[in-house]
Design a protein around this ligand. Structure first.
Ligand code: AMP
Length: 285
């Protein structure tokens, strides 16, 4: 059956009110489209847990800090609709910018601390845009559960914290990162990589794995772990590291000594494409 495509907030609210009245649970997977198997995994889990699966597709302008990145973000809506229909999605909510922001947005959600480092440091205003649109989507859809990828771990941590701090009645479900066979995390931006860049790209995940291996082998000095892991990238000068950090997995603050679970997170540029990835490491007791 094909997914129902809805552009209007009012129509979506009416449709979901009927779903709720029938006692059916709602699962939401927020996306920016250009769907791939990573998004597919979110949908698959939502399909298992919830009676009605909603996928939102919205390239959210207020979370982009570079106009060029926003303009060239892929928007294959017809393919995305087919992708969703093939996976049993009930509703695709694909609003226009005017529908989501009929007048300039003046109210914002700012999750401090969690968004201070990593991507927050290099993409000013990005997380404020993300948490603001996610709160809007939560209020529009009122899902029982919402699905987010571990690939964007800082985003997930910020959304979790927003949900706790604002007492939002939604369960946040974390979905493990889906990767290509060579380890590269799936991303809508990967389609911008040249064939050579695509060959180099998995080195970032290998560096994260090296960090995790060093931590598992007992190295506790974060600086040393970082230096050794980043050194594995030296044969690939095309890969320009933006950050490579070891942080507390809950509040995303950098740690100096590793004495429990940590998240090793990195961002790197390959030409004009920005890659991010992360891995959980450390003691799991
Ligand atoms: P995006 O469309 O890139 O904003 O991503 C929408 C959701 O899909 C976010 O919660 C992402 O973390 C998640 N996601 C993106 N790529 C992957 C992946 N490779 N594995 C798992 N989840 C992903």
């Amino acid at each position: 059956m094909s997914a129902q495509s809805i552009q209007s907030i009012l129509e979506l609210r009416h449709t979901l009110a009927d779903v709720r009245r029938a006692g059916r649970s709602i699962g939401l997977a927020p996306t920016m489209g250009a769907l791939h198997s990573g998004h597919g995994r979110l949908i698959e889990l939502a399909r298992q847990h919830s009676d009605c699966v909603v996928v939102s597709i919205f390239v959210n302008p207020i979370q982009f800090n570079q106009r060029q990145d926003y303009d060239r973000y892929p928007r294959p809506l017809a393919e995305d609709l087919e992708f969703c229909s093939a996976r049993g999605v009930d509703i695709v909510f694909a609003p226009s910018i005017e529908e989501m922001y009929p007048s300039p947005q003046l109210a914002f959600v700012d999750v401090t601390r969690v968004t201070e480092h990593l991507c927050g440091k290099f993409r000013p205003g990005h997380f404020r845009g993300v948490t603001t649109v996610v709160l809007k989507l939560f209020n529009i859809v009122q899902p029982d559960r919402a699905y987010f990828g571990e690939k964007d771990a800082q985003q997930l941590a910020a959304i979790r914290r927003m949900t706790v701090d604002f007492d939002l009645p939604v369960e946040i479900v974390e979905v493990p990162t889906v990767r290509e066979d060579d380890g590269l995390a799936l991303s809508s931006r990967n389609r911008h990589l040249s064939p050579l860049e695509r060959q180099i790209a998995p080195a970032l995940y290998r560096a994260l794995q090296e960090a995790a291996r060093l931590i598992a082998s007992g190295l506790t000095d974060a600086q040393q772990v970082k230096a050794k892991a980043v050194a594995t990238l030296h044969p690939f000068p095309q890969l320009q590291v933006e950050y490579f950090e070891i942080v507390n997995p809950v509040d995303m603050q950098p740690v100096e000594r590793i004495d429990g679970p940590v998240r090793v997170a990195a961002a790197a540029w390959l030409g004009t494409t920005r890659l991010i990835d992360n891995i959980l490491a450390g003691a799991f007791t």
